[in-house]
Write a new protein. Structure first.
Length: 244
């Protein structure tokens, strides 16, 4: 039997950041420079302002001086507008580059794993875990056991998906290390357990001292595995959460 696994394409929410930055740079290049704009406006201003000032009673010298002041004022306004727009462009490009170069851990992924030699309705597993070699290995090990695994780092999206149709999912694996602040998100796990009481939950953690296949943490999960997780311990934990 072939052991090759299929892996779907990663979906990144920030994939458009770089393209937006390029568009902003292109639009700024297309704008006329401040010097050109000032030169183009000075002529029309003089042609309109000098006759207007002279017509309302100013001498020709006074009309010329007032027109010069008006041209200087317009030039200052143009320079100020250009400076403000340049600042906005630089800020937008900076945000775009930041998104483009964001660490992989900050980008949400959604991957699916299954065994190519298995057909029909496969038991489906939700894997909420870091985008790491350990997570990929867990997904591959379970795929070889005949499961269809959906791996994501988007906690809210997966919890909502499972809660919407809990009967479509066999069980869920949750990596507690994915939380930046565990205490602030524990309520979400408790709420999930209340809404999907029949969906077994296997917890992963790098901070526990050893595996706990009992229901000691029943409020948020049916069993806990210490990372790194190996195949034999993973399968034992799967059997434990079904029993618990």
């Amino acid at each position: 039997m072939s052991t090759k696994l299929k892996n779907s394409t990663t979906e990144d929410r920030f994939s458009q950041g770089s393209a937006n930055g390029e568009q902003n740079r292109s639009s700024s290049i297309g704008r006329p420079g401040p010097v050109i704009a000032i030169v183009l406006l000075c002529g029309p201003i003089a042609l309109l302002a000098i006759p207007a000032f002279w017509w309302v009673g100013y001498t020709l010298l006074q009309a010329w001086m007032l027109t010069t002041c008006l041209q200087l004022l317009v030039a200052l306004i143009i320079v100020a507008i250009r400076f403000y727009r340049s600042y906005e462009d630089d800020d937008e490009v900076g945000r775009s580059e930041k998104d483009k170069n964001a660490p992989r851990s900050e980008l949400h992924i959604w991957k699916s794993y299954s065994h190519p030699d298995l057909y029909g309705q496969l038991a489906r597993i939700a894997l909420i875990a870091q985008d790491s070699v350990q997570s990929h290995q867990i997904a591959r090990d379970l795929a070889q056991e005949g499961y269809e695994i959906h791996h994501t780092t988007d906690i809210d999206a997966m919890l909502e998906t499972v809660q919407t149709r809990p009967f479509d999912w066999d069980f869920m694996i949750f990596d507690l290390d994915l939380f930046d602040d565990l205490e602030s998100r524990v309520d979400e796990l408790i709420s999930f357990r209340e809404n999907c009481a029949k969906t077994p939950v296997l917890l992963l953690s790098g901070s526990v001292s050893k595996d706990d296949l009992s229901d000691h943490r029943r409020a948020i999960g049916d069993a806990t595995l210490r990372k790194p997780v190996f195949r034999n311990r993973l399968l034992a934990a799967v059997n434990a959460i079904r029993t618990n």
